[in-house]
Design a protein around this ligand. Structure first.
Ligand SMILES: *[C@@H]1O[C@H](CO)[C@@H](O)[C@H](O)[C@H]1NC(C)=O
Length: 234
């Protein structure tokens, strides 16, 4: 990165720190290193007073179609740590299913992550928007941004938790794509070397893992233990 850009990033980062945070210490000038940052001006691991890493994505805002007032505003999005979790006896509509509060281990402004009664691989979890949205196409831009930033946060957490360095991220968007629950959800599936004989077998498994009378569902207790562990971790 050239010096002028580096300074610009530092100034904007400092502004964001002032705008969106309390007493935190920032490290400037570190990037994910892919060289293709697009609109993104900086990505800085920041450690909060509890030594947890926070994500701040710093962007030059593109005004949303429905408003002109946000032009040139700096957007800050704090993806972690989790917002307060729902009560364990809360019930959320998830298409034709119900998600119970005890299964939820991470929550953001518009999304939450929860454990599943049947997993394709260990650590297979879902992230869904809080509002009822059947398709990605039905989602507002802020919900969509939050859903995928949350998915990224959850993916990183699950990879660390399971000690792996790959994940399959999948959205079955619409019935012909295999979507069975009519509420958008992102599958986060930690992958291990040779976890399937053929790498792409996971697609078939994803399609069939929760269908038919032979499915061996996990017990509520198993799911609760996993969710409790993840809650400590996230
Ligand atoms: C959520 O649903 C369960 C039954 O599945 C019920 O026992 C519980 O009372 C419900 N919670 C609330 C807050 O209504």
């Amino acid at each position: 990165m050239n010096p002028a850009r580096q300074i610009a990033v530092a100034i904007i980062s400092a502004t964001v720190l002032l705008l969106c945070s309390g007493p935190v210490a920032g490290r400037f000038g570190q990037h994910d290193g892919d060289g293709d940052m697009g609109e993104e001006l900086g990505f800085h691991p920041i450690v909060d007073p509890y030594k947890r890493e926070l994500d701040f994505r710093v962007k030059r805002a593109t005004p949303p179609e429905d408003t002109t007032s946000q032009k040139n505003q700096v957007i800050c999005m704090r993806v972690s740590p989790s917002l307060p979790l729902p009560n364990s006896n809360a019930n959320f509509t998830f298409g034709q299913a119900t998600i119970h509060g005890w299964a939820v281990f991470y929550k953001s402004q518009h999304s939450m992550a929860f454990v599943k009664p049947k997993c394709v691989v260990p650590g297979h979890v879902l992230v869904m928007p809080l509002k009822s949205r059947k398709r990605i196409l039905d989602m507002q831009s802020d919900e969509l941004a939050d859903l995928f930033l949350t998915s990224q946060r959850v993916q990183r957490g699950m990879e660390l938790f399971h000690g792996v360095s790959s994940s399959m991220i999948a959205v079955q968007d619409g019935p012909d794509a295999g979507q069975s629950v009519q509420h958008v959800h992102v599958h986060i599936m930690p992958r291990r070397s040779k976890d399937f004989e053929e790498n792409d077998e996971i697609y078939e498994e994803l399609n069939n893992h929760d269908k038919g009378p032979a499915v061996q569902w996990r017990t509520k207790k198993e799911m609760m233990i996993e969710a409790d562990e993840l809650r400590q971790f996230f």
